[in-house]
Design a protein around this ligand. Structure first.
Ligand code: FRU
Length: 493
């Protein structure tokens, strides 16, 4: 039975979606049908299609009582909206249906687990109590489980907070049973990931503390995901209130990847390595899916919580998903590349080799805001390295965003302070990259309101949104000193 609250949301989104013109949205990054979007939820492959649900408030372009928006795609790039899947319409989730995940049941139905939020007023203070709830459906309509919540404070280990207990990520194990990783806050005030197990996907029990922050990486660990990758295990989580460590991590809500091993019997993850997932400005709360052909693909929320004011509150939508990225491990690090399906969207190739860049250079045919561009950079003369190289894009007489590289420091910087933003928010970020003799390989993907930069075949990624007017479609190259580049550019259609 569809509730009144969900019916209203579905009616509203259908009417208001029509007011947003196609060219006012990204072309191949998912944006909310209308209003507000944050975390990806329930990213899954079900009945022959990819399903993406998302944290959704249809009525305004700002965060509000959370619904789940819903879209499907055959190739992870062209998305079709489906009606909103969940609304905060029950006593146990009346203040929000927070993030969660999806699995397929043996009978062919899809099961969603999400965090139900209820505000409690106690001693003149308000607190949000969080539980895990279930809904089962057919890929369009979902029925909430009569015995919700499926997990509540009774299922917490000692010391774990009932206020920070969210973002269940389920997966199916080889023996046909299910496991679920959930973000939690232990008594030390930082973060931990709890592991729950289930035989049927509906009845769950606590197994163990999967991983502990011990106050190292930020505070509360949100939106966990755990999976096998190239012979190791990866645990992704998004810590709140991080502090930078050199060029690794950055202030605020960030993304953390731990690589190591997972003792499934004991339910404990053993860390070998930690790193940032995305070194740019706008990336958070990623979730992954296993594709039918065995690729592990990740999509994150392409926005920074502290920088939401980059977009005017009058805009009809706010929030985008990142590109789907194939994950792999190389030299012991998590690496990412755009899904190969993107190559099918390429057209209008323009290629140049051995271009000398000294001062500013523009190249015929190299411009646009929906672009896939590869740049191979090297010094013009090995004996005389350049001081700085930059690509400026989304550029006209007034605006541009730039990616600049100083080989001596090995620092790549993204900077959108001239992108037309009127806000005093974070506009630049720097990353330490690997270079030998000033050589660097860059692949930049532009889609109207964003840029994602893949460095050295996916060793690092830097992501940023920019809401520059679309007329600003210039691309130019600059060097202080002399650099040489090979460039291949495609439009994406
Ligand atoms: C992360 C997050 C999640 C929560 C959701 C609420 O961005 O804070 O922890 O489930 O957003 O919208």
């Amino acid at each position: 039975m569809t509730s009144q609250t969900l019916r209203e949301a579905r009616k509203y989104e259908e009417a208001f979606e029509k007011l947003i013109k196609e060219e006012e949205r990204p072309a191949f990054h998912l944006s909310p049908r209308t209003g507000w979007m944050n975390d990806p939820n329930g990213f899954s492959y079900y009945k022959g299609q990819y399903h993406m649900f998302y944290q959704y408030y249809p009525y305004e372009s700002k965060w509000g009582p959370m619904h789940w928006g819903h879209a499907v795609s055959g190739d992870l790039l062209h998305w079709e909206y489906l009606p909103a899947a969940l609304a905060p319409d029950e006593a146990y989730d009346r203040d929000g249906c927070f993030s969660g995940s999806a699995i397929e049941l043996p009978d062919g139905r899809q099961l969603l687990m999400y965090t139900g939020v209820v505000k409690e007023h106690k001693d003149n203070a308000e607190q949000e109590v969080q539980t895990q709830c279930i809904a089962v459906g057919d890929g369009i309509d979902y029925e909430k489980y009569a015995e919700n919540p499926a997990l509540d404070e009774k299922d917490l280990p000692e010391g774990a907070s009932r206020i920070d207990f969210r973002d269940p990520k389920m997966w199916k194990r080889a023996d046909g049973t299910y496991a679920c990783a959930i973000g939690s806050r232990p008594a030390d005030g930082s973060g931990q990931i709890l592991l729950y197990v289930s035989k049927d996907g509906v009845h769950w029990e606590f197994q163990s503390i999967l991983a502990s922050n011990n106050n190292r990486f930020g505070k509360m660990w949100e939106c966990p995901d755990i999976f096998e990758l190239d012979g190791e295990w990866a645990l992704l989580t998004s810590p709140q209130d991080m502090l930078p460590e050199g060029f690794e991590y950055h202030n605020g809500n960030g993304t953390l990847c731990l690589l190591g091993s997972f003792d499934e019997e004991a339910g404990v993850f053993h860390e070998r390595h930690n790193q940032t997932i995305d070194y740019g400005i706008d990336f958070y709360a990623p979730q992954t899916v296993l594709t039918p052909d065995g690729r592990r693909v990740m999509i994150g929320w392409m926005q920074n919580w502290d920088a939401c004011s980059i977009r005017s509150p009058e805009a009809p939508w706010l929030g985008q998903m990142s590109l789907p990225r194939e994950l792999f491990i190389r030299n012991g690090r998590l690496c990412q590349r755009p899904v190969r399906e993107l190559e099918e969207m390429r057209c209008n190739r323009a290629a140049y080799s051995d271009v000398t860049v000294s001062g500013t250079v523009k190249l015929e045919g190299i411009k646009g805001r929906r672009v896939d561009m590869e740049i191979l950079l090297r010094p013009g003369n090995p004996a005389e390295p350049y001081h700085k190289f930059a690509v400026r894009f989304a550029q006209n007489d007034r605006y541009y965003t730039s990616l600049s590289f100083r080989p001596k420091e090995s620092i790549l910087k993204i900077d959108r302070k001239f992108s037309g933003s009127r806000r005093a928010i974070i506009h630049q970020r720097r990353s330490l990259v690997d270079t030998v003799d000033g050589e660097l390989k860059l692949r930049m993907i532009l889609d109207r309101f964003s840029v994602e930069v893949f460095v050295n075949d996916g060793e690092q990624v830097m992501t940023a949104t920019m809401y520059t007017e679309q007329e600003a479609d210039g691309i130019s190259f600059f060097a202080d000193g002399t650099a040489k580049i090979d460039v291949v550019k495609y439009d994406l259609q």
